[in-house]
Design a protein around this ligand. Structure first.
Ligand code: GLV
Ligand code: GLV
Length: 323
C-alpha cells in the first residue's frame, strides 16, 4: 500500500478514488498543513499532492527519499523545482485543461470589473454613500470593440481570445498560437503594449517572465489602458503598477495574483482603480473538483508504472529507470 501525502483537503474528496492506497492529509474543514508538518510526513511518502502555495524545492524533495510523484494542484508549477525533481527521478504533474474555461471566465470578470469600476461602485453602495444617478458617476472605459493584448497565447490565453471575439475585440498576442477561427495578430511585446486598450497576462512565471511588466512596460502602455493579471504575481512589478495607477497613466487594473500571497503590497491596496481578487481564477466547483481528479490520476498512474497524462518532466521516468 502506497502512502500519499496531501498538504490540503481537496474538493470532491479525491481520496475515495485511490483504491487501496493510504491518503494522509488534513480533513475537510481543516487548514492546509504547514510546511513543517508536510515535510515531516514526507519521510515515508510515495506521492505528494501539493498546492501552488507549497514550495517543493530541493529541501522538500530530500525530505521524501521514496517520493515517486509530485502532483501539483495547479497548472502553474513555478512553486516546484522541476530540475531537482527530475534529477531524483520524481515525476511532476499538473492540472491543465480542466481549469481553462473557469480561468478565462474569471479573466473577463476582472477585465470588466476594472474597466467599469465595479469594485468602487460596490463599495459606494455598501457604504451608503450613493447619492443617486448622475451623468458622470464612476465613468469607465469601453471594452467591446477595443483592442486586447494577450501576453502568452496558451490554453488560457486562447480561451480568453474566444471570449474577446464575442466582444468584437481586436486581439493581439505574443507567443503561442491563436485558437482556430479567431482572428488574432502576433506582435512583439512592445507593439502589444503600445496598441492594446487592455493587456492581459497569461504566460507562466519563469526567469524570463519575472517582472516582465515593469515600470518600462507600464509606461509603454497606452494612457488609460487596463492591465489584468490572472497568471502569477511576480510577472508584474507591484510598486511600478501602483505608481502607474497613482499617476493616472493606467485607466485601471485587475489582479488575481500577488508576489507573496496572501500578503498584498500596501501601495496596491491604496492605489486607485484597482480591482483585487484572492487568486480565484480556477475557483469553480467543477474546475476544482476536476483538478483534484487529475492529481489523483497522476498519482495512481505513476504508482502503477504508467506515464501520467500531464507529466511535466518526461525525463524523470528515464532517470528513475537508470536508478
Ligand atoms: C492557478 O493559479 C494555477 O496555476 O492553477
Ligand atoms: C494553461 O493551461 C495555459 O496553457 O495557459
Amino acid at each position: 500500500m502506497a502512502r500519499i501525502v496531501a498538504t490540503s483537503h481537496l474538493p470532491g474528496d479525491p481520496a475515495r478514488l485511490l483504491d487501496g492506497h493510504e491518503w494522509i492529509g488534513p480533513a475537510r474543514g481543516d487548514d492546509a498543513w504547514s510546511r513543517v508538518r508536510w515535510l515531516g510526513e514526507l519521510a515515508t511518502a510515495d506521492a505528494l499532492v501539493c498546492l501552488l502555495s507549497d514550495r517543493v524545492d530541493a529541501e522538500a524533495l530530500a525530505a521524501g527519499p521514496s517520493l515517486r510523484v509530485v502532483a501539483n494542484y495547479a497548472v502553474g508549477h513555478d512553486n516546484i523545482d522541476v530540475a531537482a525533481a527530475t534529477a531524483r527521478g520524481v515525476a511532476v504533474a499538473n492540472t491543465p485543461d480542466v481549469l481553462v474555461e473557469a480561468s478565462a471566465d474569471f479573466t473577463f470578470a476582472l477585465l470588466l470589473a476594472a474597466a467599469r469600476r465595479l469594485g468602487e461602485g460596490e463599495r459606494l453602495v455598501r457604504a451608503g454613500a450613493w447619492a443617486g444617478w448622475t451623468p458622470d458617476l464612476l465613468l469607465g472605459a469601453d471594452v467591446g470593440g477595443q483592442t486586447l493584448g494577450i501576453i502568452g497565447m496558451g490554453r488560457i490565453g486562447r480561451a480568453v481570445a474566444r471570449r474577446a471575439h464575442g466582444f468584437a475585440m481586436t486581439v493581439l498576442y505574443t507567443r503561442g498560437a491563436p485558437p482556430d477561427g479567431v482572428a488574432a495578430t502576433a506582435v512583439t511585446l512592445d507593439e502589444l503594449l503600445a496598441q492594446s486598450d487592455v493587456v492581459s497576462v497569461h504566460c507562466p512565471l519563469t526567469a524570463a517572465t519575472h517582472r516582465l511588466i515593469d515600470a518600462r512596460a507600464l509606461a509603454a502602455m497606452k494612457p488609460g489602458a487596463i492591465l489584468v493579471n490572472t497568471a502569477r504575481g511576480a510577472i508584474v512589478d507591484d510598486a511600478a503598477l501602483a505608481e502607474a495607477l497613482e499617476r493616472g497613466h493606467l485607466g485601471g487594473a485587475g489582479l488575481d495574483v500577488f508576489v507573496n500571497e496572501p500578503a498584498v503590497d500596501a501601495r496596491l491596496l491604496a492605489a486607485p482603480r484597482l480591482v483585487l481578487a484572492p487568486h480565484l481564477g480556477s475557483a469553480t466547483t467543477t474546475a476544482r473538483t476536476r483538478m483534484a481528479e487529475l492529481c489523483v490520476n497522476a498519482v495512481r498512474d505513476v504508482l502503477s508504472g504508467r506515464r501520467p497524462a500531464n507529466l511535466i518532466n518526461g525525463d524523470a521516468l528515464a532517470a528513475r529507470g537508470r536508478a
